[in-house]
Design a protein around this ligand. Structure first.
Ligand SMILES: Cc1cc2nc3c(=O)[nH]c(=O)nc-3n(C[C@H](O)[C@H](O)[C@H](O)COP(=O)(O)OP(=O)(O)OC[C@H]3O[C@@H](n4cnc5c(N)ncnc54)[C@H](O)[C@@H]3O)c2cc1C
Length: 636
């Protein structure tokens, strides 16, 4: 599958799916010669493992999400069990940023650190990279959707797109596609241009390097590092078409690059956040190594419902959370760090509009005046992807692992199709319509083989079926980014047990620049497919048309298809954006402190002020690392 992603404020994303027959065999090869193989894995273990994977896949097909299962409506009536517990720091959320901050702060033995996480721990099955899309319809996801969109998501039920968000120790890093991308140098220089000291490329590069334990050949060590917590490698399985794609790129003058190095523009082999073929979430990389520290307490299945802020001193001093149906209150002596992700963080800020610590009032927020008047939830940015472009190619492509059992290969050799979520090549490209004079991409092309992505395959190859549901039969939202009008807002309802209302207004810019950029990306992908190097594989467009878009004019067809089949690429950011105090849209300052509130920081994808030209895990981990240093510096 190719994915052309719209990047930054004027970019888009496209998926081109490539199906070839040999891949269809793989599913049938899962169990085979374990008896014959001369290694110590017992056949029983292999069978159990395979069974576990099947159960997870089954769960993803049958699971129905009910808010009430997690938060009984009347929990506010329950007695507060404790208000005496106190930590120095309370970190809300254990995702890409929260886990990093908690781990780093707990390096100071005198500081007591508590992490409250609504989700559960990973398992050896969820850590199998190939099950990634299955996780999106299990309890490992928050099951957010947009409200009905006017000009996008038209192929989805009720015109709603799914907005996936991981709910687990490790947050999204426990459920995401494991792609490691930093974005463009210029992205961060734009942040600095907004007056955000300490966030230009030269400031953040050391943090990106600090994160990395990069085990890939030929990397320029000026940009990469060995020995950091996060293990990076290439996916341990590829179909054999990457070289054809690079050769095709060369025919078009597109370079092969390390897109996390000096030059981002070009095509490159995906850098993956995996370790020996297994997902390497921030829980694995940061929390588990810190597990033995007595000063670090991690509480899964603990959903925060409110940050308590004194209306008099404007100081955040406690957190209310639900665990096992009971309401708890815990105090923070030094700071509370909110890292619940770009949807849940603004929701919690809105729910915390602040009153005295009084369990009887809980979250009846409408009674008290807000502690600060901030634009929480505004400025939502996302990456939006077109997923309706797929290619078929013929049997000349390399056969994959015939005669090998994938489970055995995974367990014994850390290789094989289970070690990848499917991405073969990533490209950051500049289309003909870009007005930027620098080497700044406006689309991303993500080329994936749709081995295990059944949902996506269904979506892309049989568009004549019924409308796709945003959930649970979700067309899994791979993809990209679009600017949202400033009014767009993930407004939240006033109880934590109801899902936030998310209105990203995808593809609603007046000049249709987003649609045009996606279209330009489609043309780039089509050109690549027509190169000699790819034609050798017999690649041709799958001509299934999106119903309702049939049109003689080719571009008119694509534009209609874009509005039907563009989905969130899970790149939500900006909902509690960083900015100076004079910046009316800003929620936090350059040190991530909430404007007008003391002892409360936000440190996650919400603070990203201007969209990044890439996926957001690495930038968010960087934010976590930097936040930890800022906090340490403040309290040293
Ligand atoms: C399906 C998917 C695939 C993606 N693929 C990629 C990829 O391949 N590469 C990439 O770079 N980016 C990818 N992204 C984006 C990237 O993972 C996120 O942007 C990034 O993880 C955001 O980090 P965060 O710290 O802001 O939030 P998260 O990592 O989402 O962490 C927030 C945590 O807070 C917890 N939480 C939320 N509310 C509460 C509450 N009230 N109480 C307690 N805990 C709470 C959540 O359960 C979660 O664990 C993907 C995203 C998704 C959803």
């Amino acid at each position: 599958m190719y994915e052309v992603c719209k990047l930054s404020d004027e970019t888009a994303c496209i998926h081109l799916e490539m199906v070839f027959k040999s891949f269809l065999l793989v599913a049938c090869l899962l169990v085979s010669a374990t008896k014959a193989s001369p290694f110590y894995l017992t056949q029983q273990y292999v069978e159990e493992f395979e069974h576990g994977l099947d159960e997870l896949k089954q769960l993803s097909k049958t699971y129905e999400y009910h808010q009430a299962d997690f938060l009984p409506e009347n929990y506010s009536e329950k007695q507060t069990e404790t208000d005496t517990e106190e930590f120095d720091f309370i970190v809300i959320g254990s995702g890409d940023s929260g886990a990093v901050i908690a781990s780093r702060l707990s390096e100071i033995p005198e500081w007591k650190v508590l992490v409250l996480e609504a989700g559960v721990a990973e398992t050896k099955f969820t850590q199998v990279p190939a099950v990634q899309t299955h996780l999106e319809t299990t309890p490992y996801d928050w099951w957010h959707t947009t409200v009905s969109q006017n000009k996008s998501c038209l192929g989805m039920e009720e015109n709603k797109c799914a907005i996936h968000a991981g709910k687990s120790l490790g947050g999204n890093s426990a459920t995401n596609d494991m792609l490691y991308t930093r974005g463009n140098h210029k992205d961060y220089d734009i942040w600095a241009d907004l007056g955000l000291d300490g966030w230009c490329w030269n400031d953040v590069l050391p943090y990106f390097k600090k994160i990395e334990d990069a085990h890939m050949h030929d990397l320029d060590r000026k940009y990469h590092n060995l020995g950091g917590p996060l293990h990076l490698e290439h996916f341990q399985h590829e179909s054999g078409i990457a070289q054809n794609i690079f050769d095709g790129g060369h025919e078009l003058g597109i370079k092969t690059v390390d897109y996390n190095g000096e030059h981002q523009l070009g095509l490159g082999i995906p850098q993956a956040i995996t370790k020996k073929g297994r997902r390497n979430s921030v829980s694995e990389a940061y929390l588990i190594p810190a597990d033995k520290r007595k000063n670090l307490v991690v509480r899964p299945l603990s959903q925060v419902v409110k940050i308590v802020i004194s209306p008099h001193t404007k100081e955040a001093y406690a957190v209310k959370y639900i665990h096992d149906g009971h309401l708890y209150v815990v105090k923070a002596a030094k700071e509370i760090i909110l890292a619940a992700g770009a949807i849940n963080t603004p929701q919690l800020l809105l729910l915390s509009e602040v009153q005295e610590l009084d369990p009887r009032k809980t979250w009846n927020i409408s009674r008290s005046p807000p502690v600060a008047d901030l634009k929480v939830g505004h400025n939502l940015k996302d990456h939006i992807a077109f997923v309706g472009l797929n290619f078929v190619f013929n049997e000349t492509a390399k056969e994959v692992h015939e005669g090998e059992d994938s489970v055995v290969d995974y367990l014994k050799n850390a290789k094989g199709p289970l070690t990848t979520a499917g991405a073969e090549v990533l490209g950051f490209l500049k289309t003909e319509i870009s007005k930027d004079k620098s080497d700044y991409p406006d689309v991303e092309l993500l080329i994936t083989m749709d081995l295990y992505n059944k949902g996506s395959r269904r979506r892309c190859t049989t568009p004549s079926g019924p409308r796709w549901k945003a959930r649970p039969a979700s067309p899994s939202p791979w993809c990209c980014c679009t600017p949202s009008p400033p009014e767009s807002s993930p407004c939240t309802t006033k109880t934590p047990s109801t899902t936030p209302l998310i209105n990203p207004n995808y593809l609603e810019d007046e000049e249709n620049h987003d649609v045009d950029t996606l279209l330009a990306g489609i043309h780039k992908a089509l050109k690549l497919a027509h190169t000699e190097s790819l034609q050798k594989l017999g690649i041709h467009l799958n001509h299934n048309q999106v119903p309702g878009c049939e049109h003689e004019d080719v571009d008119a067809y694509w534009k209609c298809a874009i509005r039907h089949l563009s989905v969130s690429l899970r790149g939500v950011s900006g909902t509690a954006r960083m900015g100076r105090e004079t910046d009316k849209a800003a929620v936090v300052d350059h040190q991530l402190r909430v404007h007008g509130v003391h002892k409360l920081r936000v440190a996650d994808a919400s603070v990203i002020p201007v969209s990044i030209s890439g996926h957001l895990t690495a930038p968010t981990i960087m934010i976590g690392e930097k936040a930890a240093d800022l906090i340490k510096e403040h309290w040293k």
